[in-house]
Design a protein around this ligand. Structure first.
Ligand SMILES: O=c1[nH]c(=O)c2[nH]c(=O)[nH]c2[nH]1
Length: 305
C-alpha cells in the first residue's frame, strides 16, 4: 500500500494461542488434542497505520477468542489441518477487510496410554515429535497448505559413513564407513489442494497422512530391521527420505526436510605414556553444538513451491 511516497506491507495476528479440546463419547471413550495456534491476517486496515483510525482492525484479542469458539464448534474430532482451515475460512469470510488468513498450528504429542496392551479410555502421556501445519486461505477460497513434523529425533548406531569429500589444508575429518548417524528431523510437505472446495472429505484424512508420512520417513532412514540401509551421507539419506514421501503420496507436491547432523564423537583419551580409552566403535561423546545443518526441498518438476 502506497502512502505519501512510501510503501507499506503489513499483517497482524495473534501468536501462540493455546487450546485443548476433549471429545467424549457416551460410552466414556475420550479423545483429546492440545494445539498452539498462530494466526496472521492480511487485511485492509491501513487507516490504522496512517490515520490513527482503528475501525478496520480485527483485534488480535478477538482472534484469540475465535480459536476457542471454533474449537467449541468442532463437535467431532478434527485433524489439526482441518481446524486450521476452518479458522482461516472464518476470518476471510466473516470480515470484509480480511483478504488472506495464515494459520500455523503445532499439536502437542499427547498419546493414549496403553495398560497391559489395553488402550486407556481417558489417559494420555506426552510423546516426542510434533505434528504441524500451515494453511493460507484467500477470500476466493484459494488454498496453500503444508503439514509437517518437528522434533523427530532418530539415531542409528551403524550403517553410516562419510567418505570422498573435499580434502584440503583445512580438513582433519577422517573418512569413515562406520559412525553413529543422529538427527532431529523437521519436515514439511506441501499438499497439492489449491482450493478449500477440493479437499478430501474423509474425516481425519490428514491425521492418517501424517502418520503414514512419518512412517515412510522413518522406514527410509532406518532400512529394514535386520539389515538396515547404508547411509553415505546425511544429504543422501535426506534425499531418499524426501523422494519416498513424494513417490508414496500423490497429493504431496513438495517436501522440505531439515536434518541437522548431530555428532557423536569418538572418545580417545591418553596421557603422554598411557592410552586410557582407545576408541573401538564403542564410547562416544554426544554433542549438539556445533552440529552440521543440512536441509533441502524436493518437489515434482512443474509444481509450484
Ligand atoms: O553426512 C555428512 N554430510 C556432511 O556434509 C558432513 N560434513 C561433515 O563434517 N560430516 C558430514 N557428514
Amino acid at each position: 500500500m502506497k502512502y505519501s511516497g512510501l510503501n507499506l506491507e503489513q499483517r497482524h495476528g495473534k501468536a501462540r494461542v493455546r487450546v485443548a479440546r476433549v471429545w467424549r463419547s457416551k460410552q466414556g471413550h475420550h479423545s483429546m488434542v492440545e494445539w498452539n495456534v498462530s494466526i496472521s491476517l492480511l487485511s485492509d486496515c491501513i487507516n490504522g497505520y496512517f490515520h490513527d483510525d482503528n475501525s478496520d482492525i480485527v483485534a488480535t484479542d478477538t482472534m484469540k477468542n475465535t480459536v476457542y469458539v471454533k474449537a467449541k464448534e468442532c463437535s467431532d474430532q478434527v485433524s489439526v489441518e482441518d481446524f486450521a482451515i476452518q479458522l482461516a475460512k472464518h476470518f476471510v469470510s466473516y470480515y470484509r477487510q480480511v483478504t488472506s488468513a495464515i494459520v500455523n498450528i503445532v499439536e502437542k504429542p499427547w498419546e493414549r496410554v496403553h495398560m497391559d496392551g489395553q488402550p486407556h479410555e481417558h489417559g494420555f502421556k506426552l510423546g516426542s515429535e510434533r505434528h504441524t501445519t500451515e494453511v493460507i486461505v484467500q477470500k476466493s477460497g484459494a488454498l496453500q497448505m503444508t503439514s509437517g513434523v518437528e522434533g523427530l529425533a532418530v539415531l542409528k548406531t551403524t550403517k553410516s559413513g562419510f567418505e570422498g569429500f573435499i580434502r584440503d589444508k583445512y580438513t582433519v575429518l577422517p573418512e569413515t564407513r562406520e559412525r553413529i548417524l543422529a538427527t532431529e528431523v523437521t519436515g514439511s510437505w506441501r499438499y497439492s489442494y489449491e482450493s478449500i472446495f477440493s479437499l478430501p472429505q474423509k474425516p481425519l484424512y490428514f491425521n492418517e497422512r501424517y502418520l503414514d508420512a512419518k512412517k515412510v520417513l522413518m522406514d527410509t532412514f532406518f532400512g529394514c530391521p535386520k539389515e538396515g540401509v547404508y547411509s553415505p551421507s546425511v544429504q543422501s539419506t535426506l534425499y531418499h527420505m524426501a523422494k519416498a514421501v513424494l513417490s508414496r503420496f500423490h497429493d504431496v507436491s513438495s517436501i522440505k526436510l531439515k536434518m541437522p547432523n548431530i555428532h557423536f564423537l569418538p572418545v580417545n583419551i591418553s596421557t603422554k605414556d598411557n592410552i586410557i580409552v582407545k576408541f573401538d566403535d564403542d564410547v562416544y561423546l554426544p554433542t549438539d553444538e556445533p552440529h552440521g545443518s543440512i536441509e533441502a526441498t524436493l518437489s515434482r518438476v512443474g509444481s509450484k513451491l
